[in-house]
Design a protein around this ligand. Structure first.
Ligand code: FEO
Ligand code: CA
Ligand code: CA
Ligand code: CA
Length: 636
């Protein structure tokens, strides 16, 4: 869905000061110019110490392509993109491979054996585990949410328990086995690894909130087992080969027939819900009747794709919010750092630092590593420095006197804790990417049209535009180049916009091909930065965006700042999720919600109204395989 509803309906109104209020304290230590837009003008300055670190020169060996409004995927000359795995394709489970029915009449049980809807974050795991195979592996991906106007032949008409189950089974994750013969990729069916995780899959609660009173419900008095994961957006992964599904707009699945709690309000739950209607046949989604059920969602979920019997675990030490994704970096001393964004207007950037070191020689020793560590929220000062503020019960403002009972309470109410310590309110943090050679961290801030609005936080140097419809990419370097450090230096890598826009504030400073609303972000091993966009369908090709075409993917050389357009998506889609095989000769990209209507609700009577990609029928989210026709390294 476009995330526009978020901008209308959810808002961090906590009172920690924004940097607009402390602008006068800014310094010009790195020679940055004064004023909010100056941050944009200087955005491509390298961070201190960045030059001469041994990065090899990048060569973007493809010609950037034009914008497009076609209902098609376009890639540069010399490349081919083909569809591998679309919504409804069988996952290849050994218990059956029901074929996709083009009229959407597959049952709920069949949907549980097929690709879910709305592909998002994706990762590649070589087979066998420990190998670097680029011709055999597992693809693991999220199915973020459903468009029930497309999911059922008659949409929301005749709403039933079966339809709720089908919707729940179209959420979650897919694990598929894939292999290549001479560059021709296929899904292996059947495969012992094939698996669907859904909004009904039992999962264990791990970390400080496991068994806590806030996690207990009538159905689970022990507070230890939750049914399902849903609205998993981008993803994460660990050095030991597990996958992290990250629960983003989980609040939208709940209604509240009674009275909203403060935490439910803070997390955006609406009394009437946002239209999924699961509560009508699955009462736990009525937060009035089951006030703790929402506490069991909004977490990072870890599972082992190499072990199809393994139970997923909700890792509560990583906090509860609208998780976009979770991306690893190794601390200097061998502990694991996970970077995370909370994708909602005026929310925060976080990182988790594990208590224990990663054991590179014993995979099992890392099984519960994510249950112990410290969660921090980021503060970006206007002087180009920043700090990580610990969210630890008993420290600073996070005391019983301030209403935080214990560490589990701090984690369940992560946003309130970050409010209390004074983190910086950001313009919707989405993906985070760590440079493979320099450890510099990049984060997309997709947009925030409420910035600077009435009763809203004003601009600051990290979020420099009021009515920020195009977004920006922030980057930082940790002190001592150690991901576990508590101090950092930051700047803006790019301020997105349309260089031909009549309004100067809408132009941005992109060098090369223009884009807006950056969301997906990933470094390949060579250090090329891949940027994917998610302009909402109500905005796409309209107004400020009329010259930028459909959603797209670009590559950027972060040393020069040059950006080149590599892919344009079909009508109404967003482009999200990107990974390559280890040899960098195959790229997998997800196309989400092709044909999304400006209202974000498909009409079951006319499912092809806005797109019939990829196969001429109702639009289907799908995984693309992208290859160079000569079999060469992608992007080079
Ligand atoms: Fe699901 Fe933040 O995009
Ligand atoms: Ca999305
Ligand atoms: Ca996203
Ligand atoms: Ca997005």
């Amino acid at each position: 869905m476009s995330h526009s509803y978020r901008e209308e309906t959810t808002l961090n109104t906590s009172s920690n000061p924004t940097f607009a209020e402390v602008l006068e304290t800014r310094l010009s230590r790195r020679g940055l110019l004064k004023g909010a837009m100056a941050a944009a003008v200087t955005a491509s300055l390298p961070l201190a110490g960045c030059a001469g670190t041994g990065q090899r020169a990048l060569v973007m060996g493809f010609a950037g392509i034009a914008t497009s409004t076609a209902d098609a995927v376009r890639v540069p000359q010399g490349y081919t993109a083909s569809v591998l795995y679309a919504w409804g394709d069988p996952v290849g489970h050994q218990s059956g491979s029901p074929a996709f029915k083009p009229d959407a009449s597959n049952s709920a049980d069949e949907q549980a054996l097929q690709a879910g809807m709305h592909h998002d974050g994706i990762h590649y795991y070589p087979l066998p585990h420990g190998s670097k195979s680029s011709s055999s592996g597992l693809l693991v991906m999220n199915h973020e949410y459903t468009d029930d106007g497309l999911l059922h032949p008659d949409g929301f008409a005749n709403w039933s328990a079966e339809k709720v189950r089908k919707s729940q089974n179209a959420h979650g994750c897919s694990v598929i086995e894939v292999r290549s013969r001479g560059g021709q990729w296929e899904v292996v069916r059947p495969s012992p690894f094939a698996r669907r995780i859904t909004a009904a899959t039992p999962m264990r609660v791990g970390g400080p909130a496991a068994g806590h009173a806030l996690m207990k419900t009538a159905a689970d008095p022990s507070g230890s087992t939750v049914l399902g994961t849903f609205n998993d957006c981008a993803h994460g992964y660990t050095p030991w080969g597990t996958y992290l599904a990250c629960e983003e707009n989980w609040d939208t699945y709940f209604i509240n027939s009674g009275t909203l709690t403060a935490d439910q309000r803070r997390n955006g739950i609406s009394p009437k819900g946002r239209g999924y209607r699961w509560n009508e046949f699955d009462e736990r989604f009525d937060a009035g009747k089951h006030p703790n059920e929402p506490n069991r969602h909004g977490w990072v979920v870890e599972f082992d794709p190499y072990n199809p019997q393994s139970q997923p675990v909700k890792r509560t030490a990583l906090g509860r919010f609208s998780h976009e994704g979770a991306w690893p970096a190794m601390a200097s001393d061998g502990r694991l750092v996970m970077y995370m964004g909370d994708d909602r207007v005026f929310e925060y950037i976080y990182k988790f630092v594990s208590r224990d070191r990663v054991n590179a020689n014993d995979r099992a020793a890392n099984a519960n590593l994510l249950d112990h560590g410290t969660l921090y929220a980021a503060k970006f000062n206007d002087d180009g420095r920043g700090e990580w503020l610990p969210l630890v019960h008993g420290q600073g403002a996070l005391t019983a006197a301030n209403g935080f009972a214990d560490q589990a309470d701090v984690l369940v109410r992560t946003r309130a804790a970050a409010d209390a310590v004074g983190a910086t309110k950001m313009d919707r943090p989405e993906w985070i990417a760590v440079h493979p050679q320099t450890n510099e961290v990049y984060c997309t801030l997709t947009n925030n049209s409420q910035r600077g609005g009435k009763d809203r936080a004003g601009v600051d140097r990290a979020n420099p535009r009021a009515n920020n419809v195009f977004g920006q990419i922030i980057r930082w370097r940790e002190a001592g180049n150690d991901p576990a450090a508590l101090r950092l230096e930051w700047d803006l890598f790019a301020v997105a916009g349309d260089p031909q826009h009549p309004d100067a504030a809408m132009r941005g400073n992109i060098k090369g091909d223009a884009y807006g609303s950056p969301d997906g972000l990933w470094f390949d091993d060579s250090g090329l930065l891949w940027i994917q966009t998610d302009v909402s369908s109500s905005t796409l090709n309209r107004g400020h965006y009329e010259r930028l075409g459909n959603n797209q993917m670009l590559a950027a050389d972060v040393r020069t700042g040059e950006t080149r357009r590599f892919l344009t998506g079909p009508s109404g889609c967003e482009v999200t999720g990107v990974i390559m095989t280890p040899d960098a000769r195959t790229m997998f990209v997800n196309i989400q919600h092709p044909g999304e209507s400006p209202s974000e609700r498909s009409d079951p009577k006319d499912p092809r109204a806005y797109s019939s990609w990829p196969d001429g029928g109702r639009p289907r989210s799908a995984t693309l395989v992208i290859r160079r026709n000569d079999g060469g390294v992608i992007g080079s």
